[in-house]
Design a protein around this ligand. Structure first.
Ligand code: SF4
Length: 327
């Protein structure tokens, strides 16, 4: 029996961090048995906000692919590829752009949010306005049935569904309307309590050397009200507490909660517990990543094979699309 198709992707953005692990990669690995997964390193998307500085894109591609593989994405079960190697994404993007009303793109909430967040960049380009449409093409070119997303991306999937409906209405039914496969993304702030972001330098890299990770954890911000060892704290307003909730087991979380609120434990002890929990999770990933470092050619070959497989699937869709559009 054929499995339903899912598509997901990540921009090539330098080293991946723990947020990528718990927000996407673990979920992708879990979904491998149930879905026919297409996982794309979306390098064209990196251009939509950063067209002037493209030097990091190529080195990040193999780097990110190694992290994906180290986390357990299996090229025998999933298709792992680079977006720009499958030009059918661009062809479908162009055709969809002909039928997409501008208002649909302008009203996407992330458009205005990002405009404000990235105020130092020139985002008055079609590429930026149209990036949700490129995402729609990424999804529809595989006639994906579902897309694993967090809450913040639901409006993009809704746009994809609307575009699929519009295309199907005008030219005949080609595309399924993909469902949002909602992923509960756990709360994981940066080490300083702000939103985790590479530009704030407050993220913990997924494949950080253990001694560097230990120091980063030691330097993490804590509940600001807990100034002295004898002051009780509150793990619910402490980034270390947030990390324990994601990475430590129930018993450890009980010890943290009780110890923190009664000032029974110190923050250093609490942080070392967190370091232990993190290591349990990332040590096997770190080892696999080390091993992959010596096999970069194999990683490149995996991406090439993935692109060939993706191209075959996307090519089939585009034959139907060209026929439907009569072009
Ligand atoms: S004991 Fe742990 S949870 Fe409580 S304030 Fe210190 S680091 Fe945060």
């Amino acid at each position: 029996m054929t499995k339903p198709v899912i598509l997901s992707g990540m921009r090539p953005t330098g080293r991946l961090h723990l947020g990528h692990l718990v927000g996407a990669l673990e979920n992708w690995v879990r979904l491998q048995d149930t879905y026919d997964g297409f996982y794309s390193i979306v390098d064209w998307h990196a251009l939509t906000t950063n067209y002037e500085s493209t030097g990091d894109i190529r080195p990040s591609i193999v780097d990110n692919a190694m992290d994906w593989l180290a986390c357990g994405l299996d090229p025998n079960r999933s298709t792992i590829f680079v977006q720009s190697r499958v030009v059918e994404h661009a062809e479908l993007h162009l055709l969809l752009s002909m039928i997409t009303p501008l208002g649909w793109l302008e009203r996407i909430p992330t458009y205005k949010e990002q405009m404000q967040e990235l105020s130092g960049r020139d985002l008055h380009t079609y590429g930026f306005l149209g990036y949700p449409l490129l995402q729609a093409a990424d999804i529809l070119v595989y006639r994906a049935n579902a897309v694993p997303v967090g809450e913040d991306q639901v409006s993009h999937i809704e746009l994809t569904r609307e575009i699929a409906r519009r295309f199907n209405h005008i030219y005949g039914v080609i595309f399924p309307e993909p469902q949002a496969l909602l992923t509960k993304v756990p709360k994981l702030p940066g080490t300083d309590g702000r939103k985790m972001s590479k530009s704030y330098g407050n993220a913990i890299a997924l494949t950080e050397k253990p001694d560097v990770m230990k120091q980063t954890v030691k330097d993490m911000m804590t509940d600001p009200a807990r100034k002295r060892r004898s002051d009780p704290g509150n793990p619910d307003i402490c980034p270390v507490g947030d990390y324990h909730k994601v990475f430590s087991d129930e018993n450890r979380n009980t010890e943290v909660d009780q110890g923190c609120r009664s000032a029974g434990i110190g923050c250093i002890e609490c942080k070392m517990w967190l370091f232990e929990s993190l290591q349990k999770k990332v040590a096997p990933i770190y080892e696999r990543r080390q091993e992959l470092e010596s096999r970069k050619n194999d990683v490149t070959a995996i991406l090439e094979q993935g692109a060939a497989k993706a191209k075959a699937a996307a090519g089939k869709t585009m034959e139907l699309v060209r026929e439907a559009v009569k072009i």
